[in-house]
Ligand binder design. Structure first.
Ligand code: TPP
Ligand code: MG
Length: 543
């Protein structure tokens, strides 16, 4: 006989799942019965938040949902933060958990791991949370989950399986097949209208977000045909390579870039929320789009949130960008001023670069040193100084190579477990990128124990620890508001000693040369390395 738990594992294999992240407990052992004989490999973090962040990093490099097996109660409350980050950044994640037996749901009897309503608690950070009331429902609820991942705005999905359902006989389901759904394409009439508006525009401009990363080739052709400058969100970085003459970068929160966007007469916003962490990171307000606004998004809600469009279109970004490019072949383009397009972008970039402060320059040099030593690196960032800087100053040559928790939900501790997941996802995708975790001394202390998971999973991630002995970003906010700093000068341990004790290679570096040498050695290892950079020492080494 096959149990519901065993059939679940087979169905997940059918959907192409290669890894699950989880910490087993008495309530989930039945999820593991089918795992040993399957092709799915299990990764054990040290905390369920780590499982969620690993699944998130995995999804971003693999381009497939990250899957977690989680115990009911504390396991699920632990993973909700990671689900919140994935929800905010539209990352596909499947969280499968146990829950009390059907007859005891909501019983309040004080059973082990019991919550009043686990599903209600998790529903706020999921596309949906479903309680499987019989094994027979399993194929259809998995089909719903994968329909979200394949064809809707990707987000976490939670399926909880009552303990008695988990062991139900599910022989009848052994031959169920995975279902596949194609994303929606654009309505031809809307494409014609948008193409007409873009063709008559004199100063068109494109704002692209993480929802559009698979549309990179089509969008690049479109931008080139229109001579339209392109601004990318953090999650879209790399859609246009750094040297592309139409690439503005990701500086939408800065005044000079805002002036360019304000002078555009038609703005195409595609796969972007137009939200605070990409367009107003210093919380000043005043981001404006006075031109006609064309919005394309897979999520109908998102075509109208934050900025009402002149025209909104619900579609997959790639299909829409391709259709727009084709439709423009039938249009005569308005004569464009020579001062627009590449010329305007070059002027903007020169003026922005002239204004970077010393700290920004020093941290940019730090990031460039990393990319020179490891040109293919995927850089997974936390919420720390050099990540904020890179968000503004760094351009990548491919998408899925720069992402961090400074955006969206903004969770400290993300980068270490997410880097482990990203390394595994990169390997499962058949790529051989180095994976770098860029994290502060505060952020690292949230998930430091995941260094042990990285050792165990044999992931040779390179953890770059930016140490300034405190929560510097928050200290700055306090000082700027004349609040006496409290709670921000934290005790920082001997990270090198801790990392070594956890089984990692570790060293401290203080200059460009030392960093380059340390990165080269780290990239030769089969396990993780921690490289500590003292902020003050780094800045003074630059003279
Ligand atoms: C879970 C969580 N708690 C608190 C914060 C608030 N917060 C944002 S940045 C920051 C400082 C982080 O310190 P560190 O990682 O050392 O980076 P630094 O600012 O010093 O470069 C804090 C406490 C947060 N973003 N997430
Ligand atoms: Mg710090």
């Amino acid at each position: 006989m096959a149990t519901c738990g065993e059939v679940l594992v087979r169905l997940l294999e059918g959907y192409g799942v290669e890894r699950v992240f989880g910490i087993p407990g008495v309530h989930t052992v039945e999820l593991y019965r089918g795992l040993a004989g399957s092709s799915i490999r299990h990764i054990t973090p040290r905390h369920e938040q780590g499982a969620g962040f690993m699944a998130d990093g995995y999804a971003r490099t693999r381009g497939k949902p990250g899957v977690c097996f989680i115990i009911t109660g504390p396991g699920m409350t632990n993973i909700t933060t990671a689900m919140g980050q994935a929800y905010a950044d539209s990352i596909p994640m499947l969280v499968i958990s146990s829950v009390q037996s059907r007859s005891q749901l909501g019983g309040g009897r004080g059973k082990l791991h019991e919550l009043p309503s686990q599903s209600a608690l998790v529903a706020g950070v999921a596309a949906f949370s479903h309680t499987l009331m019989s094994a027979a429902e399993l194929p259809s609820v998995l089909a719903r989950a994968f329909a979200v991942f394949q064809a809707a705005r990707p987000r976490p999905v939670h399926i909880e399986i009552p303990l008695d359902v988990l062991v139900e006989n599910a022989d009848a389901l052994l031959h169920s097949q995975p279902v596949s759904v194609t994303r929606a394409g654009p309505a031809p009439s809307a494409i014609r209208q948008m193409a007409r508006l873009l063709a008559t525009a004199q100063r068109p401009l494109i704002l692209a977000g993480g929802g559009a990363i698979d549309a990179a080739p089509a969008l690049t052709r479109l931008a080139e045909r229109l001579n339209a400058p392109v601004a990318l969100t953090i999650n879209a970085k790399g859609m246009l390579p750094g040297a592309h003459p139409l690439l503005i970068g990701s500086t939408q929160s800065l005044e000079a870039t805002r002036e360019v966007i304000e002078s555009a007469d038609v703005v195409l916003a595609i796969g972007t929320e137009l939200a605070e962490t990409d367009y107003d990171i210093t919380f000043q307000g005043h981001f404006k789009i006075p031109g006609a606004l064309l919005r394309i998004d897979i999520d109908p809600d998102q075509t109208v949130r934050n900025f009402a469009p002149t025209l909104g279109l619900v579609s997959d970004a790639q299909y829409a960008a391709e259709a727009l490019f084709d439709a423009l072949a039938d249009e005569v383009l308005a004569t464009r001023s020579e001062e627009w397009g590449a010329a305007r972008v070059a002027e903007l970039r020169t003026s922005l670069e002239a204004g970077w402060e010393d700290a920004t320059r020093g941290q940019t040099l730090f990031l460039q040193t990393v990319l020179e030593a490891l040109p293919d690196a995927v850089i997974v960032g936390d919420s720390t100084q050099p990540v904020y800087t890179g968000n503004l100053t760094l351009d990548l040559d491919k998408p899925r190579r720069w992402f961090n928790s400074s955006t969206g939900y903004g969770t400290l501790g993300y980068a270490l477990p997410a880097a482990v997941g990203a390394w595994l996802g990169s390997r499962d995708a058949g790529e051989s990128n180095s994976v770098v975790c860029l994290i502060g001394d505060g952020g690292l202390q949230f998930t430091l124990s995941e260094l042990a998971s990285a050792v165990e999973a044999r992931t040779p991630i390179i953890v770059l620890l930016w140490n300034n002995q405190g929560y510097e970003e928050i200290k700055k906010y306090m000082v700027n508001r004349a609040i006496e700093p409290i709670g921000v000068d934290i005790y920082t341990p001997d990270f090198i000693g801790v990392a070594k004790a956890l089984g990692c290679a570790a060293e401290a570096v203080g200059s460009v040369e030392q960093l380059t040498a340390a990165l080269h050695s780290a990239s030769q290892r089969s396990g993780p390395t921690l490289i500590e950079i003292d902020q003050a020492q780094w800045m003074s080494s630059l003279g």
